[in-house]
Write a protein that binds this ligand. Sequence first.
Ligand code: ZN
Length: 352
Amino acid sequence: MKTIYFSLTVACSLLVSNCAHVYTHARAHDPERAFNQEQAAPVARNVVLMIGDGMGAEHVWAAWLGNKGALNITSLPVTGCSITTSASHTITDSAAGGTAIACACKAVNGQLGMDAQGNHRESLAVQMRRAGKSTGLVVTKSITDATPAAFYAHTTNRYNTEEVAAALVEAGFEVIAGGGAGDFTEEQRELLQKRSKRCKLVATKECPPVSERGNWLPEQVAAALAVLETDSDGFFLMVEGSLIDAAAHKNDLAETVRETLDFDRAVGVVLKWMQQHPDTLLVVTADHQTGGLSLRGGNREKGEVNGHFSTFSHSGIAVPVYAAGAGAEQFCGVQQNTALAPKIRRAAAVVP
Ligand SMILES: [Zn+2]
């Protein structure tokens, strides 16, 4: 028994050593002032749901260390965690993970907007829209990619891009921003422009990494809020830091930290906006953890992170949930990913 344990340990440490990275972040960004939870209104007129794709607690703390011990995300007053297992697998993919968050049902890996029995399930975005609220999606991958698509499409294969693109055109959301312009026909792009108040499709597929796209995500979030806040019935906005997952799949620690910090700056934009809009619920979470990242050291003063990836795929560990504003207290403790949407509806007093 001891020998087996030893050899397993050696095998694991060899695997981990192969993926070891040390990263020093050049410049710290200043977090916005945290939302004062005592100002939270009883009902959330507005909801902002922010999903860091693949962003486990380890990614958040790697970014925290890289940013010399300061983040917007970690200033949110309520914390919990979300169990990410799918209907078919211990380790979910983004389609089943997105569907669980968007549609409140465990789904089969690869499938969007439907439960394990094949029933189409309505998403939170659609329900909020029916309640009279404006709806927006802001992402850094293609807008037809699995996470955003879980909010408007129903298909047995997440890679049915034509079907997914057509579903977005039909959805009629007020704000759309992300990559994936090439997933739509010319006619569909015109329809999206006509039907939405703001449609910003930038790249053929996913947006470039943050080192090239700069402050694009925080700027798009600010622009989305400016459009959506004009609806007196309130709004639902989903923001995805999509490329955290891609960086972690590559086991690129520096890019993982940069993408997580970019997502954190977008959280800062929302927190600052919420200071004037206390009738808002902000929930920040992830669909799953990517890369099996662990932290083995670093230096907070220098912004140095010593991280190790154990896989090029997703891992099965539960992910963090952070919340602030109206109804935020519901999100503390351990919860299934399928519990998030019903809690958001309750906070917003929206009946499905
Ligand atoms: Zn992934």
